[in-house]
Design a protein around this ligand. Structure first.
Ligand code: ATP
Length: 343
């Protein structure tokens, strides 16, 4: 049995089946990220593991112990919330030590653990402040510190960075990655942020309508999506999707590998913009997004909408005529039900 084992986990909210028989094996030290569209059940699945929701079917085992019916406090897990959930009137030190005090841990050990966590998180200077006297990023670090001092078997994070601005988000994301490298603690992390999922995860779990679509390393999901849903969910901007019939005009026989009703996917970095007249297909620029390091060129080619990503800057403007090629070796093929077809 895996370190954390989910078997046939079910959750109903009234008649709504929010989690549909989820099986998942998590190994010690893994950083697992749950992603999926809004309402797919990411938070619910995390809360079931945490023991914050009643489980309606299936089982949960942690480190060989059946925790399915165990109250949250006895599961040996620590959860970090988006809202931080700090005690506003308590100092940082007291916030971080609260759970240990409740557990009857002696004062010297508490001091040791809190100071060590504070050092790890760069919070030493703030131990006597209250949360109100801290920035959002510092508060989130306190919330993480409060989890660390308990040395739980698993860390659970529910969109921990979503209240931070973009710069701080990036910074805190890097800190969480470093922290995981240092502590090696098993972690489950819910986010709707692609970059967080791709950069933090050992394995990403893609959820849709309460069920798992695919589990894999970030690059496995990117390079070998199991289906059209995962292919279009992972990657920004989305993978371009063409009807199979539209593919021959790109000069590849790729389309013939797809049964009727199927489709062909091509990532924006595998679409190449050529000068007018060059390229397999003629196209018209609809929008140019200069992102700095990257440029996204949206174009219409033979009735197909395509996005090309290139690292070169461009003088192109909407309305310009261009040529387009696609990298025939980088195509993804899907049957009419959206399942990936492998060569
Ligand atoms: P988001 O990214 O928007 O936070 P999510 O993937 O975390 O979404 P959940 O919050 O887990 O999704 O919700 C899954 C489904 O269960 C949704 O359809 C939601 O409306 C429903 N749901 C969640 N909590 C409750 C509840 N307490 N009562 C009723 N329905 C709920």
């Amino acid at each position: 049995m895996a370190f954390l084992q989910l078997r046939g986990v079910e959750k109903f909210f009234g008649p709504h089946r929010a989690i549909k028989g989820v099986d998942l094996s998590i190994e010690p030290g893994e950083f697992i990220v749950f992603v999926g569209p809004s309402g797919c059940g990411k938070s619910t699945l995390l809360r079931l593991i945490a023991g914050l929701e009643h489980i309606d079917g299936g089982s949960l085992h942690l480190d060989g112990r059946d925790i399915t019916r165990l109250p949250s406090a006895k599961r040996d897990l620590a959860m970090v919330f988006q809202s931080y959930a700090l005690y506003p009137h308590m100092s940082v030190f007291d916030n971080m030590s609260f759970a240990l005090k409740l557990a009857g841990v002696d004062k010297a050990t508490i001091k040791d653990k809190v100071e060590h966590a504070a050092k790890t998180l760069n919070l030493e200077r703030y131990l006597h402040r209250t949360p109100r006297e801290l920035s959002g990023g510092q508060r989130q670090r306190v919330a993480i510190g409060r989890a660390i001092v308990r040395s739980p078997k698993v860390f659970l994070f529910d969109e921990p960075l979503s209240n931070l601005d973009a710069a701080l988000r990036g910074q805190t994301r890097v800190e969480i990655a470093k922290l995981h490298r240092e502590l090696g603690a098993t972690t489950i992390y819910v986010t709707h942020d692609q970059v967080e999922a791709m950069t933090l995860a050992d394995r990403v779990v893609v959820l849709r309508d309460g069920a798992i679509e695919q589990v894999g390393s970030p690059l496995e999901l990117y390079d070998r999506p199991a289906n059209q849903f995962v292919a279009q969910f992972i990657g920004t901007p989305q993978m371009n999707l063409l009807a199979a019939e539209a593919v021959p005009q790109f000069g590849t026989d790729g389309g013939s590998r797809v049964p009727p009703g199927g489709s062909v996917g091509v990532r924006p970095e595998a679409v190449f913009v050529r000068p007018r007249g060059a390229g397999r297909l003629q196209a018209r620029v609809e929008l140019v997004e200069a992102l700095g390091a990257d440029t996204l060129i949206h174009a219409e080619a033979g009735g197909v909408q395509l996005i090309a990503r290139q690292s070169e800057r461009t003088q192109l403007r909407p309305g310009d005529e261009i040529g387009v090629d696609i990298d025939a070796s980088a195509l993804h093929f899907f049957d009419r039900d959206g399942r990936a077809l492998r060569p």
